[in-house]
Design a protein. Sequence first.
Length: 399
Amino acid sequence: MHIIDNGNVAAALGVKLSRAQVIAAYPITPQTPLTEKLSEIIEKGEMNAEYIPVESEHSALSVCIAASSTGARAFTATSANGLLYMHEQVHWAAGARLPIVMCVVNRAVGGPWNVWNDQQDSISQRDTGWMQLYCSDNQQIIDTTIKAFKLAERMSIPVMVCYDGYILSHTYMPFDVPTQEQVDSFLGEFKADYVLDPDEPANLNTVTLPDVRMDRDGVLAHGYMEIRYLLQEDMRKAVNEMKKIDDEFLSVFNRGGSPHVEKYLCDDAEFIAVGMGSMTYQLRPVVDELRNAGIKAGVLGVCMYRPFPDKEIAKSLKDAKKIIVFEKALSYGYEGTLATEVKSAIYDNRLLFTILPEITGLIAGIGGREIKTHDLKEQLLGAIKSEKISETNWIGLKL
C-alpha cells in the first residue's frame, strides 16, 4: 500500500506491523505525534498491545526494561532532553542485553531551550551500548523500524532508530507500507533467550563483582569486565548481521541494499560528502550540479552509526581525493564526531588506500539553523578547491 504521510506516522506503522506488545512513552516535541498515533491504533483495537502512559521518560524506558525482561516485544520513543532524562536506564537496557527498540526523533538539547532539529541528542548517547541507525526519508523510517526489531532480537542489544525532527517527523512524503503478512514472514515470533517467570523466581543484574566467581550451581560466572567484553564483541558482529538482515528484507520487500552506507554517485567520485540523515539527500542535487560542471562529486550517507561500519565506510571512500563531512552534532572541544570516526576508519583501513585523502569537517543545522542548499554547494565547492586542510567550519554561522 502506497500512502502519503509524515515520518512519525511511518514509524508508528512500522511499530504496529512489528507487533510490539508493550509501548510506554512520555510526550516530548517532536516525538509526541508518533506515540499519540500508536495510542490511537491500540485504542481502536487495530493492535494487540499495552500502551502505558507514564510520568517521565525515565519511567518510560523502565517500563520497557521490565516488559522486555518478561519476553515482550517493547518499544518507546523520545527526543532531546527526554532522551537525556532516560540516560541511566539507557545504560541499563544495554547492559541487561534487552532487545528494546526506541525511535529518537532528533532535536537540539537544552539549555538554552530549543525545540528544533540537530542530532546532538542521539550522538550524546553513542557510548551507552545501544545500536544506532539513521534515516534519510520516511520510507527508510518505516523500513528501518521493522529491521531494528529483528536486529535487536537477533543480537540481544537495544536499537535506536534516529530521524530528523520536523524535517522528517512532520513532513509528508510518499512511502510504501508493507502488508502484515510480509512483516510477519520477515520478523517471525519473538522468543527471548531468557525471561522472568513467576514460577521460577530469579534476580537479574544484581551487584556484579570485578572478578569472575562461581554461581550457586558451581559454574564459573562472568565478572563485570567479561560482560562488557561480550557486549562489545556482539556489537562488532552486528555489522555483519545487519547485512544479513538487509538481504532478508530485500528478498521479502524488494527494498534495501544499503545496510551500512548509502552511496550516491560515489563509484568514480574524487570528492565525497559524508553525512547522516536528511542532509545527505539535500546534498544530492548539489552533487548533481557539480557533476554538470565537470566535478566528480558524490554523497555517502551513513545509515549505521553504532556499531560503526568502519570497513564499509573505508571501502566506499578509498578512491576519493577529498572527503568533506557534514554533520549536525559535535564533540565540544574537538570536532564533529562523525568526522573523527571517518578519519579513524580510514586510518584503521589505510591499506585500502593508494593515497590517504584529505578530510574536512563542516557543522550545519545546529539548533535548527536553516541549511540552505546554496550554502551547502558553496561550502562543498570551497572545500574541494582549497589546497589546505581546514579546521572544522560552521555553515550559516553569524557572529
